[in-house]
Design a protein around this ligand. Structure first.
Ligand code: IPE
Ligand code: IPE
Ligand code: MG
Length: 250
């Protein structure tokens, strides 16, 4: 079946968020070191970024490193940070050429300085691009993001810049890392785990969730198209009844 041809371009999710999981297991199945899996995972990243841009997705958020991932063995963390710098260096010109704009969410200051520098340059270089918005979640913790938003608002209320009764969801969302992005409509997690792992807890409130057993290094264009097709076959009800949704769709 031509999966790509079956996708309705007028009903694409504007924002797709992915938990790229299973690099370690993929490598282990091949008798290799976990880091080998991370390297192979970069090939999937490249392919999924290109496929997303081609199909017409406006925002793609990739969970690349969680705040909890700092607790992994030092050698793995170091390898991941090195891979991050090298990948940005290698790919940024191609991304720029493809009109991709890079954004970062997470605890940026906790990243090694060399990563910060490379990422800042890449962000600046692509700042005027108008195609796909590629959002990398790095040293990201959704709980930390929410607590920080609450803290920033509290400071504004204490200083009189904001009144407590003015705080609503719109103001709250403006203080999250994702202030400039729409909420993800589709969340994909690879490698067969059925959990959110501290990812976009607030923003995923009404996202459609898609889980696949495929490990991230094996997740390629066709797997993304499958997920998009699956998304398009769902009825998003937002608390209403099916009948109400069908009437508004007519
Ligand atoms: C995802 O793959 C990549 C990162 C978390 C950085 P894992 O490294 O979590 O792979 P598994 O889940 O151990 O197989
Ligand atoms: C989530 O994967 C984080 C990333 C994909 C970067 P993990 O592999 O760290 O999640 P858990 O530990 O299985 O929940
Ligand atoms: Mg994992």
């Amino acid at each position: 079946m031509d999966v790509l041809g079956s996708i309705d371009r007028s009903k694409l999710p504007a924002h797709v968020a992915i938990i790229m999981d299973g690099n370690g297991r993929w490598a282990k199945e091949r008798g290799q070191d976990r880091v080998y899996g991370h390297h192979e995972g970069v090939i999937s990243v490249r392919e999924i970024v290109n496929a997303s841009a081609e199909v017409g997705i406006k925002y793609l958020t990739l969970y690349a490193f969680s705040a909890e991932n700092w607790n992994r063995p030092k050698a793995e963390v170091d390898a991941l940070m090195e891979l991050l710098v090298n990948t940005i260096r290698k790919e940024i010109e191609e991304l720029d050429k493809n009109n991709v704009r890079l954004h970062i969410i997470g605890d940026f200051a906790s990243l090694p300085l060399v990563c910060q520098k490379e990422l800042n340059e890449a962000k600046e270089m692509t700042a005027d691009n108008t195609g796909l918005n590629l959002v990398l979640a790095l040293s990201y913790s959704s709980r930390q993001e929410i607590v920080e938003a609450a803290k920033k608002i509290a400071v504004k209320v204490a200083s009189g810049e904001l009144k407590a009764e003015e705080v609503d969801s719109k103001i709250f969302e403006a203080h999250l890392y994702t202030a400039d992005f729409p909420d993800p409509e589709l969340m994909i997690r690879t490698s067969g785990e059925y959990r959110i792992s501290n990812y976009l807890l607030y923003q995923l409130a009404y996202a459609e969730l898609y889980f696949t057993n495929v490990h991230w290094p094996d997740f390629r264009k066709d797997n993304l198209y499958e997920a998009l097709l699956n998304y398009q076959q769902r009825e998003r009800r937002f608390g209403k009844t099916s009948e109400q949704i069908q009437t508004t769709n007519q």
